[in-house]
Design a protein around this ligand. Structure first.
Ligand code: ATP
Length: 296
């Protein structure tokens, strides 16, 4: 399973979450060793209030070592559109999404937002326009209030409460001993997986970026919590250009467009019904997943 990752000081601006476990750690150290620094161009501009029209133009990319992961990918995503990336593990779904905040630099081609090459934007301003939700949510030692405000440092109390309400975190807050002032994390109250997801969603409501990347959870939540979180994510994505690395049928079906990625690149794209009717890779993936769901 792919994870976005950058050294800690670089992720502040954008990443709401943190990879866990040995795989994440290994990738972290690999990156520190091998990833060349991605920095601002001398004439980079600070972007604000982008609409969120995204274009990948003939983008190629490899992590090094000679293997190409993305070869000549072209893709247009309209402002406000929700696109679900599906395909076999290792096909490059995560990679496509991680090029957008410039966690990695494309080797060829370019990516634009609202017609501006992302390399012409300052990193901080680019990442300020993108919210990311991953399955492992990064909590730091501190109060719930501080953890939500991480979405936008210096946010007012009213804005924090509003973000919490929209993420349906208010019921959670009401049940905590000291409400928003409850200390969470290692030394404080342990939040459940679903509560952490709500926290990540609240951070993004507060940040209010025009672009959203959802790296969908592959496991961990029970069905009811999962459904409730899906609902909140759907509300979060309203009015934002949303790229989802999708694993669940429900998410995929609700997308404006499904982009099927396989080792050859973008194999198919379209709406659920059209892709099922086309009888290609998507149909096979869909039938396989539907089979698993029926069996369990
Ligand atoms: P999954 O559904 O399992 O998350 P994916 O479609 O998102 O898969 P990616 O994570 O984008 O696939 O991986 C594409 C290819 O790039 C894989 O072969 C993977 O092993 C490789 N890869 C991913 N991240 C790195 C990295 N940080 N360093 C080197 N290779 C990587």
């Amino acid at each position: 399973v792919g994870v976005f990752f950058r050294p800690v000081e670089k992720i502040n601006a954008v990443l709401e979450t943190y990879p866990k476990g040995i795989a994440g750690f290994r990738r972290y150290t690999e990156l520190l060793d091998t990833e060349p620094d991605i920095t601002d161009a001398p004439d980079a501009i600070a972007v604000t209030s982008l609409k969120g029209d995204i274009r990948y133009e003939h983008v190629s990319f490899g992590y090094g070592g000679g293997r190409t992961v993305l070869s000549d990918i072209s893709l247009e995503i309209k402002a406000g559109e929700t696109v679900a990336f599906v395909g076999p593990s290792g096909a490059g779904k995560t990679t496509i999404c991680s090029l957008l905040p410039r966690f990695y630099e494309a080797d060829g081609g370019r990516i634009t937002i609202d017609g501006i090459d992302i390399r012409q934007m300052t990193l901080a301003s680019l990442r300020g326009q993108i919210g990311i939700v991953q399955q492992d949510v990064f909590l730091f030692a501190g109060t719930l209030r501080e953890n939500i405000a991480y979405g936008r440092l210096g946010a007012s109390e009213a804005d924090i409460l509003e973000a919490a309400r929209r993420a349906k975190l208010d019921a959670v807050i009401a049940g905590l001993p000291a409400g928003l002032d409850t200390v969470v994390g290692e030394r404080g109250v342990k939040l459940s997986g679903g509560q952490k997801q709500r926290l990540a969603i609240a951070r993004i409501f507060l940040k209010n970026p025009p672009i959203l990347i959802l790296d969908e959870a592959t496991s961990a939540l029970d069905t009811e919590t999962e459904r409730a979180i899906q609902q909140s994510l759907a509300e979060l994505s309203v009015g934002r250009t949303t790229l989802t690395i999708a694993h669940r049928l429900a998410t995929i079906r609700n997308a404006d467009r499904i982009v099927v990625v396989d080792t050859t690149g973008i194999a198919e794209q379209g709406r659920h019904q059209d892709l099922v009717a086309a009888g290609g890779i998507y149909r096979r993936l869909h039938e396989a997943q539907a089979g698993i769901q029926q069996a369990s």
